[in-house]
Design a protein around this ligand. Structure first.
Ligand SMILES: Cc1cc2nc3c(=O)[nH]c(=O)nc-3n(C[C@H](O)[C@H](O)[C@H](O)COP(=O)(O)O)c2cc1C
Length: 190
């Protein structure tokens, strides 16, 4: 698939089939993050991989889903992600200020996974201290965000934004995600 089509097709997935993912699959997506752009080429990001069912259940408990739908769209038991990548910053390499690195790295992971048929949800709403204890991460690793992954069991769609309303919503059980128009976001065409 063309890269632009892949980008256009990508939507956050919050309902997953229960087909398992392997650690090797997730590591192959992290290999795409490994070569992402990095400020001053410091490459301060480290990744924890989870695919074990029991551990998946514990990671799930530390996450909050689809804030605009007020808990209604939290994956049900049989819709949960089958793997997670936890993105961390290594303070021994850089203490904070690596959010732009995270953006580039995470998008590489999301798109590489999608090209492999795997959907994902990028989560910033994470109980970080709890997750850090659960994963037994050393002090120098700060959790930035979590990427939940699995084979998609929903097809959210992109819709035009009406009256500046940014909130995604459900229509006939399909998640609709408003996007601003190109005209709205281009400041000036010189
Ligand atoms: C930095 C970041 C943090 C996010 N955190 C959460 C989250 O905690 N929970 C969640 O359900 N979705 C989360 N999302 C997903 C957004 O809600 C989603 O990207 C947005 O609604 C647009 O939908 P789309 O990804 O399908 O284009 C996050 C996305 C980003 C980029």
């Amino acid at each position: 698939m063309e890269i632009k089509d892949l980008i256009n097709e990508r939507r956050t997935i919050r309902k997953f089939s229960q087909n398992p993912l392997t650690n090797e699959q997730l590591v192959s997506y992290i290999d795409a993050a490994r070569i992402a752009p990095s400020a001053a080429n410091l490459q301060p990001l480290k990744y924890a991989v989870v695919t074990d069912k029991q551990m998946n259940d514990k990671v799930f408990e530390t996450l909050k889903w689809a804030g605009y739908l007020k808990g209604e769209y939290t994956p049900k038991e049989n819709e949960r992600p089958t793997g997670y990548i936890v993105v961390c910053g290594d303070s021994d390499i850089k203490s904070g200020g690596y959010d732009m690195d995270v953006g580039a790295a995470v998008e590489n992971i999301i798109l590489t996974a999608l090209a492999d048929g795997v959907g994902s949800c990028w989560l910033g709403s994470v109980e970080r201290p709890r997750l850090k204890r659960l994963l037994k991460l050393p002090d120098n690793l700060e959790i930035s965000c979590v990427i939940a992954l699995g084979y998609p069991a929903e097809e959210p769609k992109q819709v035009a934004m009406i009256d500046g309303d940014i909130k995604y919503y459900l229509e006939n059980e399909t998640l609709c995600v408003p996007k601003r128009s190109l005209d709205e976001i281009i400041i000036k065409k010189a």
